[in-house]
Design a protein around this ligand. Sequence first.
Ligand code: DX5
Ligand code: ZN
Length: 217
Amino acid sequence: MTKISPSILSADFSALDREFARMEDAGADWAHLDIMDGAFVRNITFGAPVIRSIRKCTDLFFDAHLMIRDPVRYVDDFADAGCDMITVHCETENPWEAIDRAKERGIKTGISLNPGTPSSMVEEFVPRVDLVLVMTVNPGFGGQSFIGECVPKISEIRKFASGCNAGLEISVDGGINSVTGKICTDAGATVLVAGSSLFGSDMKKLIGEWKRFGPTL
Ligand code: DX5
Ligand code: ZN
């Protein structure tokens, strides 16, 4: 079954405990945490202290998407705060160091690539990470339109994984709704990240539908 990871960027930040209860009730598999530093992307969100607080509200798997420069400096903070997986961008200066540190800390790892980055940039990571996060918008803001040109990268990455990492999760993030989500799972995505479409509508109904999308690995 396709996993669904709602991005709390579109949640009501004044009532995150209620938002987590809503996500759990709706059948969300993971909670996607978008960490932005105002340098790697032109927006700032939240960091480890907030994650430490919201960790008390839910047992959902924390899928942290680090859109930050120099991620290795912060891996311990995010691990200590309760993240279950840390995904770093291949466009940053030290993705391997961050991944190695996360592994030492016993948490799962992911590598992400921007819409303008070719899939070949993540090939070397595929055997050694749990997840590849294919960005389908330019990172920085929720509510943007899906960039369809990113879809072929999903099957290219799936091909890299055949033979070396059959259980690799491929997630897609940005502009995911009932139409674009289906396109991505048909192409081989196993995790759908979505903010505005899920929080702005009947989350339970949508998650129920989306979980049935796509091939079962
Ligand atoms: C964008 C973030 C996304 C974003 C998705 O930089 O990585 O996770 O919150 O939001 P929607 O689903 O609204 O495009
Ligand atoms: Zn994200």
